[in-house]
Design a protein around this ligand. Structure first.
Ligand code: XUL
Ligand code: CO
Length: 437
């Protein structure tokens, strides 16, 4: 055992003062007809939880993530598997997300890297058989290696593109082997630093070509899940092509990829794009493309991707409202989050996940309460009532003409008024649902 001092984490209720317990995440509790665990398929992010040790631009690691083995060795790769499965089992987490590069150290040659991945995959597959824990999604790290400095699918070099293709193929093999529900493309380097050296048209066509080949190959090896784009506007590149949900949806439709792809929406990426988390979820939901969620949050005082554990219950509530309205996710909730640098002990790893899981459980309870209360949905329905009858209905059905509507407007005799939007009243209702007894 790696986390010897940490017990299995159980539900103890909101009044509990026991740090190693859930205050709101009660897996078997029925919410709107379904147990919480089904509403909330949580996943562990391999890279942050088992890899991130607190290094930043100004300082080295604060946390020890060696798990008793020498970092950079296959022994360490195995120790991470042991730590990860023990961690997930103790928290009752049923899924994990991974990049190929998170699983085993990269070797000099692609062939040796792939051999190492196969070796560790055998070990992971054994753990999957023992525990029933599976992959939520897999992905290829197409941003860390220097060869991807100008992008992967969007690289100026066809040889670099082929390396990316090899990695995507292998990551798909692993995702299928680990029972993954999805496969992610996060285009961290798919963008540009300056337009002076960039052929945007060629780069976008090539990214689409890589995605199309991934779909063809994935389906040929029996992958039945969804492919996802994870939008992010910038960082590491100055501009990334998958800027936000609307941009990614337009891209997928332009290249005919929208039947196989959905979106993986990350809270911190939404705010970097100048949107709220709920905005991105709503745009994805309205297009039938809300697939999965990277559950974290940013810091409004810092302008970058801080990947904090979710804590803001307004955000998790409105997130869960969108998820409930979408009828759930085909993916799940991946904690793409890391402890703050000064929270460097193994206990902090658990405390971060307890915070995140409780914040989403509380959000689920409150979102269900908003729906059951009905005042907000009722207000929205009433606000658009004019579209369900008379002239509004005719317009919605596509049966109206401009001259006809002009005649109608003239016949009204008084200026048309939209009616109050009642924003303050609605915000007050939200507060009373969140904090009222
Ligand atoms: C980076 C990010 C990635 C993706 C997977 O901002 O969110 O970790 O989730 O590559
Ligand atoms: Co992410």
């Amino acid at each position: 055992m790696i986390f010897e001092n940490i017990p299995e984490i159980r539900y103890a209720g909101p009044a509990s003062k026991e740090p190693f317990s859930f205050k709101f995440y009660d897996p078997e509790k029925i919410v709107l007809g379904k147990p919480m665990r089904e509403h909330l398929p949580f996943a562990m992010a391999w890279w942050h939880n088992l890899g991130a040790a607190g290094t930043d631009m100004f300082g080295s690691s604060t946390a020890d993530k060696s798990f008793g083995a020498e970092p950079g060795t296959m022994e360490h790769a195995r120790a991470k598997v042991d730590a990860g499965f023990e961690f997930m089992r103790k928290l009752g987490i049923k899924y994990f997300c991974f990049h190929d590069a998170d699983l085993a150290p990269q070797a000099e040659s692609l062939a040796e890297t792939e051999r190492r991945l196969d070796e560790i995959a055998d070990y992971i597959a054994q753990k999957i058989d023992e525990t029933g824990i599976k992959a939520l999604w897999g992905t290829a790290n197409l941003f860390g290696d220097p060869r991807y400095a100008n992008g992967a699918g969007s690289s100026n070099s066809a040889d670099v593109f082929c390396f990316a293709a090899a990695q995507v193929k292998k990551a798909l093999d692993l995702t299928v082997r680990f029972g993954g529900r999805g496969y992610v493309f996060w285009g961290g380097r798919e963008g540009y630093e300056t337009l002076l050296n960039t052929d945007v048209g060629l780069e976008q066509e090539n990214i689409a070509a890589l995605m199309r080949m991934a779909v063809e190959y994935g389906r040929s090896i029996g992958f039945k899940g969804d492919f996802y784009i994870e939008p992010k506007p910038k960082e590491p590149m100055k501009h990334q092509y998958d800027f936000d949900a609307a941009t990614a949806i337009g891209f997928l439709r332009r290249f005919g990829l929208d039947k196989d792809f959905k979106l993986n929406i990350e809270a911190n990426h939404a705010t970097l794009a100048g949107h709220t988390f709920q905005h991105e979820l709503r745009i994805a939901r309205e297009s039938g493309m809300l697939g999965s969620i990277d559950a974290n949050q940013g810091d409004m005082l810092l302008g970058w991707d801080t990947d904090e554990f979710p804590f803001d219950v307004y955000d998790t509530t409105m997130c869960m409202y969108e998820v409930l309205k979408a009828g759930g996710l085909t993916g799940g909730f991946n904690f793409d989050a890391k402890n703050r640098r000064p929270s460097y002990t193994p206990e902090d790893m658990f405390l971060g996940y307890i915070l995140g899981m409780d914040s989403f459980a509380l959000g689920l309870l409150k979102a269900a309460a908003i729906i059951e209360d009905g005042r907000i949905d009722g207000f929205v329905a009433a606000r658009y009532a004019s579209w369900r009858e008379g002239v509004g209905k005719k317009i919605r059905e596509g049966k109206a003409t401009l001259p006809e509507l002009a005649d109608y407007a003239r016949s009204l005799g008084k200026p048309a008024a939209p009616g109050s939007g009642r924003q303050e009243q609605l915000e007050s209702i939200l507060n009373s649902i969140l904090f009222g007894m």
